[in-house]
Design a protein around this ligand. Structure first.
Ligand code: ADP
Ligand code: MG
Length: 714
């Protein structure tokens, strides 16, 4: 298998230089191995023909058999299209082409029976199919069975690379490999014991399933392989880290902590905050470096826990820092922490991209001589020229904006790796946390401070807009502030930007006596900060924005959140957005404005939002509906492993088995070196032959060579 990663895809029959470039840029396929591991995203059953009368809107791709009755051209210029009327003998449908019109018109003859393969859609009162695959019907050939459908991009389609082209290339690849054996990526011992399908057969069935059963077996094998290596990787590195990287010991709770607790802290800690502080405190006495993920819903009081943890560091003579993903958030943290710090004689400073040079120099000095105890900032604080006298703790807020490598850069900031506390409000279900953040211990704050009124969430449609605006008007009149959020899916999505701008105009017209600020991702940072600032400070009462406000902005006075086109947001994103309100003592509202025609899943998603405010319930539901591959926060995290076949929401059992195998193997073969000493008291079960060890070591290296390597830090 590993040698296949050495074959450039351009040498595959049917590819060549041009297509190789396209495959690399569009699908990340560069080598034979990449191609083999690019699996269909779904399969369609081509063992039967459908009747047009059986069509439904939510059907996947289907095939129909029949004749073209006639062709006609409609529209002009860019809107030009070719329409064929197709009959299955009983009913008719339209077949539409928007490109290649010249080639197609005239190519299909009325006397010939064709098989069309495409997605039915209902349009202008009739069924139609756009750009189907067309084949001449051959009664001597049985209809093919399961067919893989590969993900394509717009760019590939424009270059006439279809799912069928990809299928054909993979066929060529298997032809090419017929002479060679695809060496397995799993140890023979595991394949035998767990009765897994061997790699060659599994790959073949992933692309060209022989039957439903063999596809299932193939998928199971590929899922196991994928999860096994993720677990191996996580476990190996966390073990190495534990062995190699000593932790600073904070033996005592001192004056800073107790002063703050008894004199400054304005409220009781919640039970969950106390428990988490105990967990952290226990970590800091062990002599091992803490790497803890602190999860908790928005507003549960993570920042406070972080601050008190920082005080543990200062009490033991160490410095601490906290890094936030944006300047606004860093500034908010600074304001809080500085106020608390001042009252107990702790020096807190803020360092961001816009800190002036003179101030910056003073901060650098203060960090080196130890007069600054806590540094708050953006990623500016991990720049190389920022040095500490003795950094003992690094806190990272909303870490899904930071990758592992950035996290690790913190460690190099002092002689001994500082303890690391990562905070996130993205609720992550257990199976996911175990896998994706497997190298972190997890603490959860599952309780909100008392007295919070849950946000009332309403689902509303266009015709109710008027009453929605009256609600906003009432809140504004009472001195509150409001957010109005629009989706902006892609950077250069012009139509979304247009609807955002129109929304802004509408709001300005509807609420002429209030100041409206306007924020979106394509603005210059300085302008964005300015717009945010006038809202945070209360000079503007309404903020019209895209999801740039999603993370962490804290304006307790805001009591309404309107989410436009809520049907276009994912659940966890909706939850994050909703977390922007309900931060003060007043009752708050979140209004989901939705298009009336939405699918079943979307309706379910929106109604979950109206039923619960529990982030964990929401995230479990999200995983079930969408699968974890899509979960926001995990995709961008940089820690997320790009799972191709496994599904963390559904494959919990395979995860457990994979983890068990990985633990067994690491216990009996800790060094994974063929010559290295193997422990003899461990179960014989997991002992691997030298050949198998070499397979595992190579595959691990192949899969994770770009991932951060702890051993390079110490
Ligand atoms: P998070 O960062 O988890 O979203 P914050 O730490 O910003 O939450 O806390 C939200 C608000 O709740 C802050 O104003 C904070 O001072 C307050 N808060 C935190 N802990 C408590 C508590 N135990 N009781 C009352 N209010 C609290
Ligand atoms: Mg926060």
């Amino acid at each position: 298998m590993h040698t296949l990663a050495g074959y450039d895809i351009k040498f595959l029959k049917g590819v060549g230089e041009q297509r190789a470039k396209l495959l690399a840029s569009e699908l990340d396929i560069r080598t034979f191995r990449d191609m083999l591991y690019t699996f269909p995203v779904r399969y369609v059953d081509r063992s039967r023909f459908y009747r047009i009368s059986e069509f439904t809107e939510d059907m996947p791709l289907v095939q129909v058999r029949g004749h073209f009755i006639r062709f006609s051209q409609e529209g002009e210029g860019a809107k030009k299209r070719l329409i064929g009327i197709f009959s299955d003998g009983k009913s008719m449908m339209e077949v539409v082409w928007f490109s290649r019109i010249k080639q197609i018109s005239g190519a299909y003859k009325p006397a010939v029976e064709y098989v069309l393969f495409g997605k039915p859609s209902f349009f202008r009162g009739a069924w139609s199919m756009a750009h189907p695959e067309v084949d001449i019907y051959d009664p001597t050939k049985p209809p093919h069975g399961l067919r893989g459908i590969y993900a394509l991009t717009e760019n590939l389609r424009n270059k006439q690379i279809t799912a069928r082209t990809i299928g054909k290339l993979i066929e060529n690849l298997f032809d090419n490999l017929r002479q060679k054996h695809i060496g397995d990526t799993l140890p023979q011992e595991i394949i035998d014991r767990l009765k897994l399908m061997p790699l060659h057969e599994a790959l073949l069935n992933m692309h060209f399933p022989r039957s439903h059963d063999s596809l299932k077996a193939a998928r199971e094998r590929m899922k196991f392989e994928e999860l096994f290596y993720v677990e191996m990787h996580i476990l190996r590195y966390s073990r190495e880290r534990g062995d190699k990287i000593p932790g600073i010991v904070f033996p005592r709770i001192g004056k800073n902590f107790t002063d703050f607790y008894s004199k400054v802290l304005p409220f009781q800690l919640t039970g969950a905050q106390k428990r988490v502080l105990r967990e952290i405190r226990d970590d800091m006495r062990t002599g091992r470096q803490m790497n803890r993920l602190l999860q908790g819903d928005v507003g549960c009081g993570k920042t406070l826990v972080a601050f008190m943890t920082m005080l543990m560091a200062t009490d033991n003579g160490y410095q601490a820092c906290i890094m936030a993903p944006t300047e606004i958030l860093a500034t908010q943290h600074f304001e809080n922490l500085n106020e608390w710090g001042q009252r107990i004689g702790i020096c807190v400073r803020l360092l961001t991209g816009s800190t002036r040079q003179s101030e910056r120099r003073m901060i650098h000095e203060g960090l080196l001589d130890g007069s600054i105890h806590i540094l708050v900032g953006t990623h500016a604080i991990i720049e190389d020229n920022v040095r500490y006298r003795n950094l003992g703790l690094a806190v990272i807020d909303e870490q899904h904006r930071f990758g592992v490598a950035q996290r690790a850069r913190m460690w190099k900031k002092s002689r001994m790796a500082p303890h690391v506390l990562v905070m996130t409000a993205t609720p992550i279900p257990r199976t996911l946390a175990m896998t994706v953040y497997g190298d972190l211990e997890v603490s959860v704050i599952d309780e909100l401070p008392p007295g919070r009124k849950p946000v009332e969430t309403l689902l509303r449609y266009e015709e109710q807009r008027h009453s929605v605006y009256s609600l906003v008007g009432r809140e504004l009149k009472a001195g509150r502030q409001a957010y109005i959020v629009y989706p902006l899916v892609h950077e250069n999505d012009k139509s979304s930007l247009k609807s955002l701008e129109e929304g802004y105009k509408l709001i300005c017209e509807t609420f002429p006596s209030y100041r409206v600020c306007f924020v979106h991702g394509q603005m210059k940072p300085a302008e964005k900060d300015f717009q945010m600032e006038i809202f945070v400070s209360g000079q503007a009462q309404i903020m019209v924005a895209t999801t740039v406000i999603e993370v962490g902005v804290n304006v307790p006075n805001a009591s309404v959140m309107i989410i436009e086109n809520a049907e276009r947001f994912g659940l966890s994103q909706l939850h994050q957005l909703r977390g922007r309100v309900g931060r003060g003592a007043d009752k708050s509202f979140c209004i989901l404005m939705s298009h009336p025609n939405i699918g079943k899943d979307t309706r379910k998603r929106l109604s979950i939002m109206t039923e619960t405010t529990d982030g964990f319930l929401i995230s479990e539901a999200d995983m079930k509906i969408r699968g974890p591959g899509d979960m926001e926060g995990t995709q961008q995290s940089g820690i997320a492993f790009n799972l191709r076949v496994a599904d963390l929401a559904r494959d919990g059992q395979i995860i457990s088995i994979a983890r068990e195998e990985a633990i067994g193997i690491l216990d009996s073969n800790p060094s994974l070196s063929c010559a290295g000493p193997n422990r003899h008291n461990e179960s014989q079960n997991y002992r691997l032959s030298p050949q198998s060890i070499s397979i595992v070591a190579k595959e691990l290296d192949f899969r994770f060579r770009n991932t951060y390597d702890w051993s390079r830090i110490s």
